[in-house]
Structures are given as structure tokens and as C-alpha cells.
Design a binder for this molecule. Structure first.
Ligand SMILES: Cc1ncc(COP(=O)(O)O)c(C=O)c1O
Length: 323
């Protein structure tokens, strides 16, 4: 496979790879299905998760462009912002974070506590509307630039065409795991929110001529909006490899999000408990727990054949349990 694009962004390692991929023996028995887990909760940097793979590319891009400052945007408990803070600290970049939410937190806990520990400068936007966070970030970027900073701006979740490359590479890694284990996966399931992870996976699947299904469980926004964002971003990423993405490659299910982004769901709470008590694997209520609740519900509804192999991509986020 042509992977020169990966070399272009090499040299700024964050993740400890490959992450493990193993069968969930107890859940498989309990649910009478073949359920495996790709452990991207164990990417090994600043408590891990899917964002270390994206940030490896983003930091490399920032360094290539001679930036001295990273700006990140997210919810006040953003996993992406936690990893961005750590990456900036390790690679000598100043980090500014625009964090949004309905109410300024009284106490810095979980991800926010870690942002502070890594020395990031945080700005709070009292709003749940992602576009308010983005508008604030644009102003902040102007201000910092005027002060002489060489700013590298990153969208919510680090889901730029550069960040998404992390998951093209991750898909290749899944194929290597699969070959080593002599198991062909029929489905990959994961939480999808800002389009980057799913876009990377979809492009990776295309490059590997993989004919399984990638199903993103929407945890963040209206399904049609997210699907069109994934289509746009994956098409852009695919240009690097001279392949084309079809709209039918983008599969998203918003049935497990609940009322809105970050709203806790009953099924999500149940999934967090099932993974914890049967496998000792910690999920969270915002991302991976909701995705797992979708997968378990699909199994209960008999949506798979007996011999089909199901892969749950654990994207991390469990620091949120300590909020
Ligand atoms: C733990 C976790 N899982 C899944 C996702 C979704 O990834 P993406 O934003 O690339 O869709 C995120 C980030 O948004 C996350 O923090």
C-alpha cells in the first residue's frame, strides 16, 4: 500500500503500538456471540484513547509548520484536549484550550484536572453549542497571532484531514492483528462524534479492500449532519491515497445517543457495568459506553449470524468516570 503520506508526518511518537486486540471471553459467552475488542483505551500516553493516534499526526504537522502554540476545542471534559495538553507539554508547544459546557465547573476533575497538570491554558465558554466554542476559538487564535504566537489550530476532536490519518493507520493495524490471529472480522463498532475516527477507518477499509461493515454509534449530533461530515472528511483523506469513498460506506446509528451529546443513558450505564464486571474493562458514559450499549443491543436483537466476528473498538474516555 502507498503510505508515503505516513512518512511525511513521522517522528512525533505518542502512542505505544500496536494496541492489544483480544476476545471478550465472558461477554461472548454471556451474549452467545464472538465479540473482540481493539484496546485503543491502551494507547499508552496520558491515559490513552483514540486521540493519541490523531495527535501524533497533528503535532508532526504543527512542527513542520514551525508552530509554537496549539489551540484545541472541546467540551470541558474533552479527551482530545487532555491528550493535546500532554502532547504540547512533551514536544515543547504552548497549549490553549477552549472548553465549553452549560456551567463552569466548580472544581477541576478528571480530564480538566489533567489539562491543568500538563500546564495548558484553559478558557471556558458557557454554552453547549459547538459553534459558540468555535467562534471563541477563532477570536482567540487572532489574539494569539497578534501577540506573535505561531498558532496551530485544531478542530473539535482533532478531526482534520491530518488527524484522521491516525485511524487510516489504525485500520492497517487491525488488519495485522486479524492476520496474526487468523480471524476475519465482519463488523467494527465504535463511538463516533466529530467524524475523524470513522473517516480514517473507512479510508483504511477501502485501501485494504476489506468487505466488512464499520458502524459508528453516533454520540454527538444529528445523524444526517454527522454522516455528511464523515463523507466529506473521508473523501478528503482518501485523496491522499487516490481512492474514492462511496456514501454507502458511511454507516451511522444514532439510536443510542439518548437526549443529546453527553446525556447519560440507561443502556449506556448498563453497558459500562457489563464491561466492568465481566471483563474488567472500563468504558465511559459519553462515548464508549453508548457505543457498547448499541453493540450489545444489536446482539440481543439477533442481528448477527452465529459465526460472525464482531470487533468493538474501545476508543478510551474512561477518565470521565472520575468526573
Ligand atoms: C473516548 C472517545 N471515543 C470516541 C470519540 C469519537 O471520536 P471522533 O470524534 O473521532 O468521532 C471521542 C472523541 O470525540 C472520544 O473522546
Amino acid at each position: 500500500m502507498k503510505n508515503n503520506i505516513f512518512n511525511k508526518y513521522s517522528g512525533f511518537k505518542l502512542s505505544v503500538l500496536p494496541t492489544p486486540l483480544h476476545k471478550l471471553e465472558n461477554i461472548s459467552k454471556l451474549f452467545k456471540a464472538n465479540v473482540y475488542c481493539k484496546r485503543d483505551d491502551l494507547t499508552g500516553f496520558a491515559f490513552g484513547g483514540n486521540k493519541t493516534r490523531k495527535l501524533e499526526f497533528l503535532v508532526a504537522d504543527a512542527k513542520r509548520k514551525k508552530a509554537d502554540t496549539l489551540i484545541g476545542i472541546g467540551g470541558v471534559q474533552s479527551n482530545f484536549c487532555r491528550i493535546a495538553s500532554a502532547a504540547g507539554a512533551v514536544y515543547g508547544l504552548e497549549v490553549h484550550l477552549v472548553l465549553g459546557g452549560s456551567k463552569r465547573p466548580e472544581k477541576a476533575t478528571a480530564n480538566l484536572l489533567l489539562d491543568n497538570l500538563f500546564g495548558a491554558k484553559t478558557y471556558f465558554v458557557e454554552s453547549e453549542d459547538w459553534s459558540d466554542w468555535e467562534n471563541y476559538e477563532a477570536e482567540l487564535s487572532d489574539k494569539l497571532t497578534k501577540k506573535g504566537k505561531k498558532v496551530y489550530r485544531m478542530p473539535i476532536g482533532g478531526s482534520s484531514p491530518v488527524g484522521a490519518l491516525g485511524y487510516v493507520k489504525a485500520f492497517n493495524e487491525i488488519m495485522q492483528n486479524s492476520k496474526k490471529m487468523k480471524i476475519k472480522f465482519d463488523y467494527i463498532f465504535h463511538a463516533t462524534a466529530s467524524a475523524g475516527t470513522q473517516s480514517g477507518l473507512v479510508v483504511g477499509a477501502k485501501l485494504n479492500n476489506w468487505n466488512g461493515k464499520i458502524i459508528g454509534f453516533d454520540v454527538s449530533k444529528e445523524k444526517n449532519i454527522l454522516m455528511s461530515e464523515i463523507f466529506k472528511l473521508s473523501s478528503k483523506v482518501a485523496e491522499n491515497f487516490k481512492v474514492k469513498i462511496n456514501e454507502k460506506d458511511i454507516l451511522v446509528d444514532d439510536g443510542y445517543m439518548g437526549e443529546k451529546y453527553a446525556a447519560v443513558t440507561k443502556k449506556g450505564i448498563e453497558a459500562v457495568e457489563i464491561f466492568a464486571k465481566n471483563e474488567g474493562i472500563m468504558l465511559d458514559y459519553v462515548y464508549s459506553g453508548k457505543a457498547a450499549s448499541g453493540l450489545l443491543d444489536y446482539i440481543r436483537k439477533g442481528r448477527f449470524l452465529k459465526n460472525e466476528n464482531l470487533l468493538f473498538l474501545h476508543t478510551g474516555g474512561n477518565i470521565h468516570l472520575f468526573k
